[in-house]
Ligand binder design. Structure first.
Ligand code: GAL
Length: 351
């Protein structure tokens, strides 16, 4: 009888211990305390997955995050409210840092307020917040590019290409570039700067320009095609250059031009874009597009992950990295002019 009592006591102790150990183990792996296993949790949001250039940034971030952080990635579906809800949800899941591609660049302050309340660092990327907002929080940084640089380089590229091909491209021989301009999302720092500085650069080189038309096509191919269809029927043979704020819209314009009998034989209109995405590279190789500007998604994705990993671990964001931070709390990756001659540079970047 005594022995049976002993066995029951030992057995009960074993069961209670197993339950306790499991409880402690589960608690330490609980999703609310900042780490998943040994990796710090980081919350990220892309303004919309349905944006080709951003999909390359996302892929690069996912690759670079492997083994370093537990990345929670969200598609904000181009809806500011959805994005803010996603941020709240990530905070409640216990992330250690945030990496945010804003839907609305003007919402940076709201994001900072949410992060600040939990002392969380935030790395903004691609859409640059206003400097004053970034400066208002010592745990906020920006990873992206210098929007102005992309406009200047696109302008320089247009000048060089025009000077080499003027005799064919200046259809009415008036010395002016008669252009149409496809613009990205209104209020987007890249769209604003690219539209301004590309044209300033052409004028600076002493080439007069004539704006036939301009419109926003929201970085989108279908919208750009629709605009271009309208311009082709309105201006017929007057268009001498198509300048686009990004490649996706340039590809939409090319689609329209091809369907309207252009880009073959001597019915040629030069088209330029920005980003150097693989589909644009293909068109440059085929001679249907004359140039683009490399916006290096791969390097930007790596920089975002390096900074946010350090931030999530409470370290200096540049710790152990080779990224150069600017005094305005940014890391900016340089753009590169891409024409047929140096196409391999763009191919390497998007490999
Ligand atoms: C730009 C890029 C565009 C679009 C936009 C989204 O830098 O050139 O193609 O992806 O970002 O914010």
């Amino acid at each position: 009888m005594k022995n049976i009592k002993k066995i029951i006591i030992v057995f009960t102790i074993i069961i209670v211990s197993v339950v306790l150990i499991r409880y402690v183990y589960n608690y330490s792996n609980n999703s609310n305390i900042g780490y998943k296993g040994s990796l710090p949790k980081v919350g990220a949001a892309i303004y919309k997955y349905d944006d080709e250039f951003m999909s390359y940034i996302r892929n690069s971030m996912e690759d670079a995050s492997y083994g370093k952080i537990a990345l929670i990635m969200n598609d904000s579906q181009n809806d500011e409210n959805i994005q803010l809800m996603q941020i709240d949800e990530m905070i409640s899941k216990g992330v250690c840092a945030l990496a945010i591609n804003l839907v609305n660049p003007k919402a940076a302050q709201i994001v900072i307020d949410k992060a600040k309340a939990w002392d969380l660092p935030v790395i903004f990327f691609n859409k640059e917040p206003d400097a004053s907002v970034l400066n208002s929080y010592n745990k906020a940084w920006f990873v992206g590019t210098d929007s102005k640089e992309s406009g200047i380089l696109q302008g320089k590229m247009i000048v060089d290409l025009w000077n080499q091909n003027k005799s064919k491209w200046d259809k009415n021989h008036d010395g002016k570039i008669s252009y149409v301009l496809l613009k990205g999302e209104p209020g987007h720092p890249d769209a604003k700067a690219r539209s301004k500085y590309a044209l300033d650069e052409i004028r600076k080189a002493g080439i007069p320009v004539e704006k036939l038309d301009e419109a926003t096509a929201m970085w989108d191919a279908a919208k750009a095609k629709e605009k271009m269809d309208g311009w082709i029927s309105k201006y017929n043979n007057k268009i001498e250059f198509v300048i686009s704020n990004n490649d996706v819209m340039a590809l939409g314009a090319i689609d329209s031009l091809e369907k309207n009998g252009y880009l073959s034989g001597n019915k040629f209109i030069p088209v330029v874009g920005i980003d150097a995405i693989p589909d644009a590279i293909k068109k440059i190789k085929e001679g249907k597009m004359v140039g683009t500007i490399l916006n290096d998604a791969n390097i930007q994705g790596k920089a975002i992950i390096d900074l946010v990993t350090n931030a999530a671990k409470g370290k200096n964001v540049f710790n152990g990295t080779s990224w150069r931070g600017n005094s305005d709390k940014s890391v900016r990756i340089h753009y590169v002019i891409i024409i047929k001659d140096n196409i391999d540079e763009a191919e390497q970047a998007y490999k």
